[in-house]
Design a protein. Structure first.
Length: 552
């Protein structure tokens, strides 16, 4: 809006010279407040308007082009005689009744209307909580930047918070809002002039980065952003960690907004496969992979519906009593063409796509069902260990669904055990702890799987309701050949006992390994030496044969 010191420019484009004379006369009482510029052509009007977006155009219905209203906001139509109110202009002036008063009123009206329109536009394109652009605002901004740069020299980031929904549910919405404000403040602190931030949804953000002719800048920025996001947040005196996934796509000449947004989204999905705060940069190869993954994902979805998954059970032996004391449920996919697939072929994909949540429920439900069957077949109660992915903890229904399943099957929860990996547990996520505590109260036990392959903080380990530690098979494997592996496994057993945890060694294949483990004081062993994972029918036969051998 023009200040009183800056005159309002009136651009006049009319066939008859009489308009210029009339307007000059009417404007005379206002001194320097207005400047009237007679333009000879549309080209001149456009270029004047380019320099001063506050200018008001005065023109006649005949000269007014059809799309005038969208080109310029402030238009006054000049009519010789009273006529129909114009549709596309802000207002109109009739020469026969024109005087300084009506002209001034009209000009004020035009300017007020324009300012109201721009306020409405701003509200429609702004996120009310954070004041940054919303999805619509971002689309406008992106279209503008793509038009002026042809897609060169910019990169688009799509950032998604991994567990915000849970934080929001458990902290309450007001605290959730404060958390979002902290996230935005952190993101803004990483930006430099020319970069833009927008909120696309409740926990999704877009970043428009100016690469300044240096393609590496986007990657450096992404690195800095995920680092900043990984720091703990403080909300209501409590600290919490949020995971985030950032996908980055580079703009390409003449590529539109849609492919760019889509590519950043795909890269974000790829980043989601890795936990913690991570970023991924889009490239064509990933895109092809993503397509294959999409096929496999829909196949897996179908497999779940058609009941093509199976559980095999691997026994766990207690070294003191020589008894089988537990089972580990291991999932397999009986694929129509590819045969029996091990979890490595589809569990990572399921984790990436979120399918692990329904798949995980299927596994738990089937394991509980088989526990019931074993009990009915007269097998002595055994601990049933089920592997749980970190992603399953991000599902807000986990606790209630598990309680319901345990109830429905009439299983004593004390026989149920969940195996978690170090990375899942060490995230120090409040939700993980809360869920573990609540399940622990039901009687469920937890074990730390693949111990030694991830990173564990022992102080933290001791504060979680974990009952067992499973030494990863890679350490057991090397024990016979390498003395340092022997020492390592021995140290792990001692460490677990100091923390009051039981120890299970995985991947035991030879009796020499088993004897070493026994001499270290290891509590239980699991591995091909005892038994391979077995389908239900074979397992029942195996257990019954052991039982009768023991009693006979
Ligand atoms: P894990 O939980 O560490 O399971 C042990 C893996 O070691 C199993 O592989 C098992 O077959 C294998 N194994 C057992 N004894 C021996 C042995 O003596 N020697 C050797 N070389 N290997 C042995 P599997 O069944 O292929 O499972 C691989 C991983 O897949 C599991 O590792 C677990 O992390 C994951 N997984 C399996 N089932 C599920 C599931 O239902 N849900 C989730 N989230 N993950 C699962
Ligand atoms: Mg396991
Ligand atoms: Mg393991």
């Amino acid at each position: 809006m023009a200040t009183p010191l800056e005159p309002t420019r009136l651009l006049l484009l009319a066939e008859q010279a009489v308009w210029a004379a009339t307007l000059h006369e009417c404007l005379a009482p206002f001194g320097d407040a207005y400047v009237l510029i007679s333009a000879p052509s549309w080209a001149v009007v456009s270029s004047l308007f380019e320099h001063d977006r506050q200018a008001v155009l005065l023109t006649t219905p005949k000269l007014q082009p059809a799309d005038l209203a969208c080109q310029m906001a402030q238009v006054l139509l000049l009519e010789a005689e009273p006529a129909e109110p114009p549709q596309s202009a802000s207002d109109w002036l009739v020469r026969s009744t024109l005087n300084p008063d009506t002209l001034r009123r009209c000009l004020r009206h035009v300017r007020e209307r324009t300012s109201l329109e721009s306020t409405l536009q701003r509200l429609a394109e702004e996120d009310p909580l954070t004041g940054i652009a919303n999805r619509q605002g971002f689309q406008t901004l992106l279209a503008g930047r793509l038009a002026s740069t042809e897609g060169r020299g910019l990169a688009l980031g799509h950032l998604d918070l991994d567990n915000f929904r849970h934080a929001n549910d458990s902290l309450g919405h007001q605290a959730g809002d404060r958390l979002i404000l902290q996230v935005v403040a952190r993101l803004k602190a990483q930006l430099e002039p020319g970069d833009y931030l927008a909120r696309l949804g409740s926990d999704e953000f877009a970043l428009l980065l100016d690469t300044r002719g240096d393609a590496q800048r986007a990657e450096r920025m992404a690195e800095r952003i995920v680092e900043a996001m990984a720091e703990p947040y403080w909300v209501d005196g409590e600290s919490l960690l949020l995971g985030c996934s950032l996908g980055v796509a580079h703009g390409r000449a003449k590529a539109g907004a849609d492919p760019l947004m889509w590519h950043a989204h795909i890269a974000m999905q790829q980043a989601k496969g890795i936990q913690g705060c991570t970023y991924h940069v889009f490239n064509e190869r990933i895109n092809r992979n993503a397509r294959n993954l999409a096929d496999l994902e829909s196949e897996l979805r179908r497999a779940l519906r058609r009941d093509e998954l199976e559980l095999h059970y691997q026994p766990r032996l207690d070294l003191t009593s020589g008894q089988v004391v537990g089972l580990e449920a291991l999932v397999r996919w009986r694929h129509a063409e590819r045969g029996l697939l091990p979890p490595s072929e589809f569990v990572p994909l399921a984790e990436q796509s979120g399918l692990i949540v329904p798949l995980g429920y299927w596994v738990i439900s089937r394991a509980l069902y088989d526990m019931q069957n074993l009990r009915e077949a007269g097998v002595a109660p055994l601990h049933m260990a089920v592997n749980l992915s970190f992603r399953q903890f991000q599902d807000s229904q986990l606790l209630s669904a598990l309680s319901r399943l345990i109830d429905e099957r009439g299983i004593d929860a004390r026989w149920l055990e969940f195996e978690l990996t170090e990375t899942a547990v060490m995230r120090r996520n409040e939700l993980v702890r809360y869920t573990m505590d609540a399940l622990g109260k039901l009687g469920v036990r937890f074990s730390l799987d693949d111990f030694g392959t991830g990173f564990s903080s022992f102080v933290h380990l001791n504060s979680l309701p974990i009952a067992l530690l499973k030494v990863d098979k890679s350490f057991v494997e090397g024990m016979e050949a390498r003395p340092e592996n022997r020492q390592l496994v021995h140290a792990m057993v001692n460490l677990a006992h100091n923390l009051n945890l039981e120890v299970v060694a995985e991947g035991v294949e030879t009796s020499a390994q088993m004897e070493l483990l026994r001499s270290f004081g290891c509590d239980q062993v699991q591995g091909y030496l005892i038994s391979k994972p077995l389908p239900m029918v074979a397992l029942q036969a195996y257990l019954q044969q052991r039982q009768s051998a023991a009693s006979g």
